[in-house]
Write a protein that binds this ligand. Structure first.
Ligand code: FAD
Ligand code: NAP
Length: 650
């Protein structure tokens, strides 16, 4: 007998059906015996052991659905008998897990494995309490004879599953939550999304879609574009454009245009939910007991809903400093993008993504901007790149106050904008400074929205300090029916595409029999500072720490975008760097680029890195001329060599 069959049997014997079998029904193990006989004869004929182990894996996959669920229906979305069987359980108000084989990766192979396990030749195939009921007619017969009902009650009424209002309730209609909800309805699930925006201390609020759309990526990138256009206007004179009018920027026009676009996205999301038959409530969700959530709308009206499963996708909100005057007079990124007046002279507090990006576009549209940095720029990023970003910003007129933190904000003058006095203290000594600004933008990090959603009522653990939710590699919390995705997750990246990918894959695993997990490694990212920075993989310092100096080779070069040569600006400011692991065929483990369109450049290289890109493969790739990204196909100077990396032309 093939090893795969033995492996299969061992697991099946080690994990017998959890409940005593009724004599009317075959036990899974009995059927497995049958299945084994067939598996044996088939596998003995087979010459390929990999095929055998694949069969065993599929049988184990099917077995795990049976073990984990009270009622399992192996079904097919186009099969009317499958639909009737599901209707039967619905009419009994018994929740079931259905695996739609025609919608499942490996569906055909799973169906063959199902046959091996059950000897049933067609779907639906039904299991109740880990016992095989059989096909459509056997299930109907068992129901008519009251045997289904008996099986469902066999561990007492407490073990009879309740009927829930929804299969899935998603708390939070942002990037992750909406992606998960829209995916779940594809598998015939009844889904609700609760989304509610608690206004900022200054009263700013917005529509459906979460942070990215309303107060994150989208308005940020559009305002960054406004700044780039300002630069393009200056460059254009060198390219022959002549204009006599004074060039001015209107904050109000930009903000209105950006907000109009956001409004269209909010509307689009609502329509998409309605078209997909996802129930949407603009209400705040809070667990009040197992499988039960309270939804409170803006008028304070409360409703209770139950669901078999929940996904927490409540995201994060900006943190405040807890110093006098911060909530009264300062704004956060949640207020900035819809601010009805131009912020004027601005102090940005913080030195990471949000702070530097906002400081960048505010300066780019012509405002007087100062950044107050507590320690370093862009913690967690390659520090050589971070410092080059800082230098470029300083050269382009942004002021930096380093190693200082605000201690108090006072209002000097009311107005839109008014005038504020900021008192700050040194983080390295006792020095105190003060300054006057029209606006103070706090960008000092974000807190997970997990402390006021009743997680204690259902026993979901959070990290007490960060408020983040720990989860396993399937985004499942310590409470099996509650999952978490996106920014609320502990030790995961806070990026829109990550939240979307995690949400989609989670729902496919929950409802479509998929097994693919979200891969959080080598996620590319871009910081949209005036000089954009794209990165994927290890920073130089992390690579040094992990592999040791002798085992990494760093290739680097400055470059000068052709488009910048005619205006004659910023030569040798753009910079490319890759980090290779010498011990692993010089595989590229870190990719860093400072330059225009860094996100566009990084995206493609990230795919190559995922495929295991080596330095040799990069060198054998022919560049596209004349573009910035071609520099990565010709990198030849190692840092170790100390060679010259200044570029003098193309
Ligand atoms: P969110 O999108 O934040 O959605 C959570 C939703 O849940 C919100 O609508 C919230 O109001 C709601 N909610 C909270 N509590 C409840 C409750 N109890 N009941 C009902 N609803 C609730 N990422 C990128 O990839 N690229 C970028 O360029 C980028 N730029 C950014 C710029 C800024 C200024 C910021 C702040 C973030 C940026 N991000 C960017 C990060 C990105 O926005 C987030 O990673 C992403 O939005 C996270 O998605 P999420 O689904 O986890 O949460
Ligand atoms: P962050 O990465 O947590 O950075 C917080 C910054 O505030 C740090 O510079 C920190 O300094 C500083 N800070 C914290 N407490 C402070 C205090 N009391 N006084 C002064 N400074 C203080 O937060 P973020 O910039 O808000 O970004 C949050 C997440 O959003 C990011 O991790 C990112 O994933 C996502 N995001 C992505 C993009 C993008 O993809 N382009 C853009 C924006 C945001 P220290 O270093 O000293 O701690």
């Amino acid at each position: 007998m093939g090893s795969s069959v033995r492996k299969g049997r061992a697991v099946q014997q080690a994990e017998p059906p959890r409940r005593a079998a009724k004599e009317d029904f075959h036990q899974v193990t009995q059927n497995t015996n049958n299945g084994r006989a067939i598996t044996a004869s088939r596998t003995e004929d087979s010459t390929k052991s990999s095929t055998k182990s694949k069969d065993a894996e599929l049988i184990l996959q099917i077995q795990s659905y049976i073990d984990k669920n009270t009622v399992v229906i192996f079904s097919n979305t186009t099969c009317s008998l499958s639909t009737e069987v599901k209707e039967l359980f619905k009419s009994m108000k018994v929740p079931y897990f259905s695996l739609e084989l025609d919608q499942t990766e490996n569906g055909q192979k799973l169906q063959e494995a199902l046959y091996q396990l059950t000897l049933e030749t067609s779907v639906p195939v039904v299991f109740v309490q880990q016992q095989q009921i059989g096909d459509y007619s056997k299930t109907l017969k068992a129901h008519e004879e009251g045997k289904l009902q008996k099986l469902l009650e066999m561990n007492g009424p407490n073990h009879l599953q309740e009927s829930y209002d929804y299969d899935l309730i998603v708390i939070g209609g942002g990037s992750g939550g909406l992606a998960a909800a829209k995916e779940a309805v594809k598998y015939d699930k009844k889904v609700m999304v609760l989304d509610y925006v608690t206004p900022t201390p200054l009263g700013t609020s917005w529509g459906l879609g979460g942070t990215c759309v309303n107060v994150g990526c989208i308005p940020k990138k559009l305002m960054h574009q406004a700044a780039l256009l300002g630069q393009a206007l200056k460059d254009s004179r060198k390219f022959g454009w002549q204009f006599t009018e004074e060039v001015k920027h209107s904050w109000e026009t930009m903000t209105e245009a950006v907000q109009n676009y956001i409004g269209s996205l909010n509307w689009g999301y609502r329509v998409a939910l309605r078209d997909n038959k996802v129930t949407y409530e603009n209400a705040y969700g809070e667990f009040v007991g197992p499988h039960t959530i309270k939804a409170t709308n803006a008028k304070g009206k409360e409703k209770l809903y139950t669901a078999e499963k929940f996904i927490i996708a409540t995201g994060e909100r900006p943190r405040y400093l807890n110093i006098p005057g911060d909530k009264e007079y300062c704004i956060s990124s949640d207020d900035l993008f819809s601010l009805p007046y131009c912020p004027g002279k601005t102090l940005v507090v913080g030195a990471s993504y949000v702070a530097l990006e906002c400081a960048g576009f505010l300066a780019g549209i012509g405002l007087d901007v100062t950044v107050m940095v507590r320690s370093i720029l862009l913690r967690g990023f390659d520090q050589e790149m971070a410092n080059k970003i800082g230098e470029y910003m300083e050269e382009h007129g942004i002021k930096f106050i380093k190693q200082f933190v605000p201690t108090k904000v006072e209002q000097i003058e009311e107005g839109t904008p008014g005038k504020l006095k900021v008192i700050a203290k040194s983080t390295t000594g006792s020095q105190t400074i003060e300054g006057e600004y029209n606006t103070v933008l706090l960008a000092v990090g974000r807190d997970a929205c997990t402390r006021k959603i009743g997680l204690d009522k259902v026993g979901v653990k959070i990290n007490k300090i960060s408020g983040k939710i720990p989860a396993n590699d399937e985004e499942q919390t310590n409470v099996p029916y509650i999952y978490a995705i996106g920014d609320v997750l502990e030790d995961k990246l806070e990026l829109t595409p990550v939240a979307i990918q995690a949400g989609r894959l989670l729902t496919q695993r929950l409802y479509a029999g998929a097994t693919l997990k979200c891969d959080y490694v080598n996620v590319p990212t871009t910081v949209f500072t005036p000089m954009e920075y794209g990165a994927c993989g290890f920073s130089e310092e992390r690579a040094l720490e992990k592999f040791g100096e002798d085992n990494i080779e760093v290739y680097h070069s400055f470059f000068w975008p052709l488009e910048w040569t005619v205006p004659g600006r910023d030569n040798n400011k753009c910079y490319a760097k890759i980090i290779c692991n010498i011990q692993d065929n010089k595989r590229v483990i870190g990719f860093h680029v400072l330059g225009p369109n860094a996100g566009e450049v990084t995206q493609g290289f990230a795919a190559a890195i995922k495929c295991g890109l080596t330095k040799e493969q990069l060198d054998s790739t022919i560049g596209i001329h004349p573009v910035c990204a071609e520099i990565f196909t010709t990198l030849s100077v190692t840092k170790r060599s100390g060679g010259n990396i200044i570029q003098s032309g193309c």
